[in-house]
Write a protein that binds this ligand. Structure first.
Ligand code: GTP
Ligand code: MG
Length: 392
């Protein structure tokens, strides 16, 4: 199936049912009074993050989602049946925005997380609600409020702990094959990988992390060179980037140091956030050079780059150094998780969901979120359908 990481869908909540105008009619009960019931509430639309869906491809086919409207009220004080809520399954890692305002509505980063995207309309009042001491046979009723409508922009950002970064042919896919059971295609031509691949790297019991292999990046990607740089979004949620460099590029003029700098510049053009992530240098294809030569070349490269972080000299093809790299990454992630837990316990840091900026939507209860949206999102009622409070 084609990998799709952007989609637009239209969602529409159900309308509220119409209130009923009816009077009690019974033998020996003259002037029975109003007994029209309220309309049922319209169903709301929710998105739910579900495991097992890997792309937004389904939303290329089905673009409209509509929840059921509430039914009208009826006599004898019967309230109309409410419309059922609609739950739409999306991949874990979907960021939801309102396409018209650009406002981020939420981020479904954990399996099972639910986000309300369109609120159902309230049912209209039946005439029984309008009775008062001065109007004992009211004929007013509420027509029910319309359900909220929205055009949503969905963006999938895959969830991985570690991201692989590098020029085409640096050996990213070879590395993920070496350390996980993911099997992306490997070939000696550039741009073999066209969409992200995820692999789970096991380092022992209850110790594993997810690695993302993305397409190769080249200089000028921000301006559209190669496959562009859109897929860098899939690195945004990672905790550490592994920057792969070919120690002995086949091209005579190629300079690995310049290539590393070019890629770092592209990262910066995409987002400062990515540029600020821990980035480890992984010098690959060490099997192409004799051992001492490879080590000397790697050290020279690190020196020239003034690279401060950890660096590794590996060969994805033969597997030399890949286990050590995986173990080091695992330890880093464990330490990072422990730090986060401590900070959260101490209350210094916002909770996980809120840390990544504007992701709080999903974490907050729907009611509070709706209140914060200041009634605007909750389908402002046209004057005609506003219902007066019953007088006591
Ligand atoms: N000798 C040697 N060759 C390697 C090594 N790792 C990868 N290669 C070769 O390099 C070529 C490119 O490898 P890929 O893993 O497809 O590279 P990639 O970074 O995923 O490339 P794109 O998907 O095009 O961005 C293939 O021919 C691999 O066999 C290595 O450690 N040693
Ligand atoms: Mg690849």
């Amino acid at each position: 199936m084609k990998f799709v990481d952007e989609a637009r869908v239209r969602v529409q909540a159900g309308n509220g049912g119409r209130g009923c105008v009816s009077f009690r009619r019974e033998k020996f009960v003259p002037f029975g009074g109003p007994d029209g019931g309220d309309g049922g509430h319209g169903g709301s639309v929710f998105l739910r993050a579900a495991e097992g869906i890997n792309t937004l491809a389904d939303f290329r086919v089905e673009r409209n989602y509509k929840a059921k409207s509430g039914e009208g009220g009826s006599g004898n004080d019967c309230t109309g049946r409410g419309g059922d809520d609609l739950y739409v399954a999306v991949p874990v890692g979907t960021v939801v925005r309102d396409a018209e305002t650009g406002e981020q509505l939420g981020d479904l980063a954990r399996e099972g997380q639910v986000l309300q995207v369109a609120q159902g309309g309230k049912g209209g009042w039946g005439n029984a609600r309008f009775k008062s001491s001065t109007n004992r046979a009211p004929r007013q009723f509420g027509t029910g409020l319309p359900g909220e409508k929205r055009l949503l922009e969905l963006e999938l950002k895959v969830i991985a702990d570690v991201g692989l970064l590098g020029l085409p042919n640096a050996g990213k896919s070879t590395l993920i094959r070496a350390v996980s059971s993911a099997r992306p295609k490997v070939a000696d031509y550039p741009f073999t990988t066209l969409h992200p691949n995820l692999g789970v790297v096991y380092c022992g019991e209850h110790r594993s992390f997810v690695m993302a292999d993305i397409p190769g990046l080249i200089e000028g990607a921000a301006e559209g060179a190669g496959l562009g740089h859109r897929f860098l979004r899939h690195l945004q949620r990672t905790r550490v980037l592994l920057h792969l460099v070919d120690i002995a590029p086949p091209d005579e003029d190629a300079d690995p140091v310049r290539d590393v700098r070019a890629i770092v510049a592209e990262l910066g053009k995409f987002s400062d956030d990515l540029l600020g992530k821990p980035r480890w240098l992984v010098i690959n294809k060490r099997d192409l050079l004799p051992d001492e030569e490879a080590e000397a070349a790697a050290k020279a490269m690190v020196r020239r780059l003034r690279h401060k972080g950890p660096w590794f000299l590996i060969s994805g093809a033969t597997g030399i150094g890949t286990r050590e790299l995986a173990e080091e990454v695992m330890r880093f992630l464990e330490a990072e998780a422990a730090r986060r837990r401590e900070a959260e316990a101490g209350g210094d840091l916002p909770a996980e969901g809120e840390a990544a900026g504007g992701e709080a939507g999903a974490a907050r209860p729907a009611r509070r979120r709706a209140a914060e949206r200041d009634g605007r999102a909750r389908a402002p009622a046209p004057a005609r359908t506003r219902q007066p409070k019953p007088r006591a």
